[in-house]
Design a protein around this ligand. Structure first.
Ligand code: 4AZ
Length: 380
């Protein structure tokens, strides 16, 4: 009896200490740095790599077993989590670096990509057929699963569906729109995940899920004018390319307008199927649109009530009843340039006056225009 009495204070202290620990770990501030370069805003988030419980890495394997404790990021329960004993998804395996061949003669997007023996721009043999059933992006069709291996879906804690698209430009870099990430705090970024090789966003059948360790967006991004809507994310750890996950090709740097005007282009994403929808589709959608002359787009957006200036750093694309829509932002618009069947990303889904409205094309940030900026943050 006496002994049990004397243990009580110890027990109380133990439980108090345990609770304080749990509390501290659950509200643990994210270590981050935010700074500006001459042409970008950079947000770096530490400790996104798996190591300890405090890192709360719910997307990647942690090296030591740990208990499933308080998870405030409810949507991340649907991410591969290696320590959960019944986790049904295959887990990422990092290969030994010596197993990655160094190949020079592939048309890849970066020297990093060239180290993996896979070409950029793998995709369907031709633009999505126009006769396919009307379903969505707006007015598109369901993509064949994993037929667009460069598409990325961005998620954030607290939202059940993909909030923006992106594209793989190297094993560690995702190209997206500045407006997708501009308002995020370092904490928001620490809860962000990038899904790759995914078709069904509701069931989340992604082959790989990655954390974001750095967000870089254009310093001149302007939310009122939608100018400079470009961002590059660093994902961690690097992706190993596969049939379902590989990079898109990028056009050469050029400020020439209309170099792709008149071309058929493919758009894709998990965004809304209709401007007024509230629930996005379960699966990846695609559609074919046509790139229109920049001057035509300027005229469209100059009308009273809209009055949005379209500049040479943008390109526009449209087709009857087909368009990108909310949730497709940051994703790619791609063409088969020249004589190859490889897909080159000419634009980043940026904005529009509604979706698929007659007389209003979708507006995209021009990748050729921003290619030098992209290179800077793709390679360093
Ligand atoms: C959006 O809100 C959005 N129709 C993206 C693209 C378009 C419209 C809206 C183009 O993310």
């Amino acid at each position: 009896m006496k002994m049990r009495m004397s243990r009580l204070p110890h027990l109380a202290i133990f439980f108090f200490a345990a609770s304080v620990h749990l509390l501290l770990f659950s509200i643990c501030p994210v270590s981050s740095r935010i700074y500006r370069t001459n042409d970008a805003v950079v947000i770096e988030v530490d400790d996104v790599r798996p190591s300890t419980f405090a890192n709360r890495n719910f997307a990647n394997p942690a090296p030591i077993p740990m208990m499933y404790a308080v998870n405030p990021y409810t949507i991340l329960l649907s991410q591969p989590y290696s320590n959960f004993p019944f986790w049904p998804y295959p887990l990422y395996q990092q290969p030994a670096s010596s197993s990655v061949p160094d190949v020079e003669d592939v048309a890849a997007t970066s020297s990093e990509s060239k180290q993996q023996k896979i070409n950029c721009g793998v995709g369907p043999p031709s633009p999505p057929q126009r006769s396919l059933p009307v379903a969505a992006i707006v007015g598109g069709s369901e993509a064949i699963p994993n037929s667009w291996p460069f598409i990325a879906g961005l998620r954030i804690a607290g939202r059940s569906s993909v909030f923006c698209g992106g594209s793989i430009i190297s094993p560690t870099r995702i190209l997206t729109a500045a407006h997708c990430v501009e308002k995020m705090s370092a904490f928001n970024i620490s809860t962000m995940t990038v899904n790759l090789g995914m078709h069904n966003q509701t069931g989340n059948d992604a082959d790989h899920t990655r954390r974001v360790s750095r967000v870089v967006y254009h310093i001149a991004y302007n939310a009122n004018t939608n100018q400079n809507d470009v961002a590059v994310l660093t994902i961690d750890p690097p992706i190993v390319y596969s049939a379902a996950v590989s990079p898109v090709c990028l056009p050469r740097a050029s400020s020439a307008v209309d170099q792709f005007a008149g071309k058929d282009a493919a758009i894709m994403g998990w965004g809304r199927e209709n401007e007024n929808d509230t629930i996005p589709p379960d699966v990846l959608k695609q559609a074919t649109v046509q790139i229109i002359p920049n001057a035509d787009c300027k005229t469209q957006y100059a009308v009273g009530g809209v009055e949005m200036e379209i500049t040479n750093q943008q390109l526009c694309a449209s087709a009857d009843g087909r368009d990108t829509c909310q949730g497709d932002s940051g994703g790619p618009i791609v063409v088969q340039a020249g004589s190859t069947t490889a897909w080159t990303q000419v634009g980043i889904t940026s904005f529009g006056n509604g979706c698929a409205k007659p007389n209003f094309a979708g507006v995209y940030a021009s990748v050729a225009f921003f290619r030098n900026w992209i290179n800077t943050y793709m390679n360093s």
